[in-house]
Design a protein around this ligand. Sequence first.
Ligand code: ATP
Ligand code: MG
Length: 269
Amino acid sequence: EIDGLSQLEKLQVLGQGNGGTVFKVRHKQTLALYALKVMQCDRGTPPNPQELNILRQTNSPYIVKCHQIFTKPSGEVSILMEYMDAGSLEIYVKSRGRLSEDIICTISRQVLKGLFYMHSRNIVHRDIKPANLLINEKMEVKIADFGISKIIQQCLERCSTPVGTRAYMSPERLDTGKHGGYNGFAADIWSFGVTMMELYMGYYPFLEPGQEPDFPSLMLAICFREPPSLPECSSEKFRDFIRCCLQKGDPSKRWTASQLLSHPFLADA
Ligand code: ATP
Ligand code: MG
């Protein structure tokens, strides 16, 4: 239906990431609201059409819907997405404080259903974190940027910036020298576990609150220390749930999305 950027009116900037800028836009004809992510890719390295198709064909209530993709000869790529009117969980926690176990249970179920949907289609996210979990006023939580990290990586191939936010990367991914290849599905589960822990604690759990997230500190905390555990005030089921996500050493011991969906923390609630 929407076949040109000229049909859209930019209303405001919703946020900025490594990959580009996200705008709130309105379709002039229908007044429908959308989010538009605008990225600048290198000239001559257009995004892979197959990847773009995967993005367009994804259809799950737990994944932010991607409606349309526009590319310009200059290398600018714009992705028209479903607008999530309550923003990201990162912003939500920053403004309203940490989340209760009950709410994390509800959120985890939705995020894991989204991960299960994509993982069963052999697609990994690679950048699960609070900023990529979006909510709307119906309290639906959806995963943003699925499939996009791969597109960005292709676009930015010349730069050395690794795709994915280091703080949420699994030990085997940070410490590539030691582990070589890594299992992207298990790595997503690690990032999911860190994210749920952060939403509960109110701060990134691997560092002291306020500590600089520089590379040496992160390496030390993620690769060489025991994974952090939840405080005593949390329930035993919740603590075990997080332990299942943060299995170190052998990533194949980490639970899968479908296993976690039947973990007592979610199944008994
Ligand atoms: P990264 O570049 O590592 O993905 P990021 O997720 O913060 O980091 P963007 O994906 O560019 O960067 O998104 C920037 C911000 O825009 C997000 O943090 C979120 O607050 C907001 N945002 C993104 N997509 C939407 C959307 N569909 N609806 C509403 N807000 C959105
Ligand atoms: Mg994002």
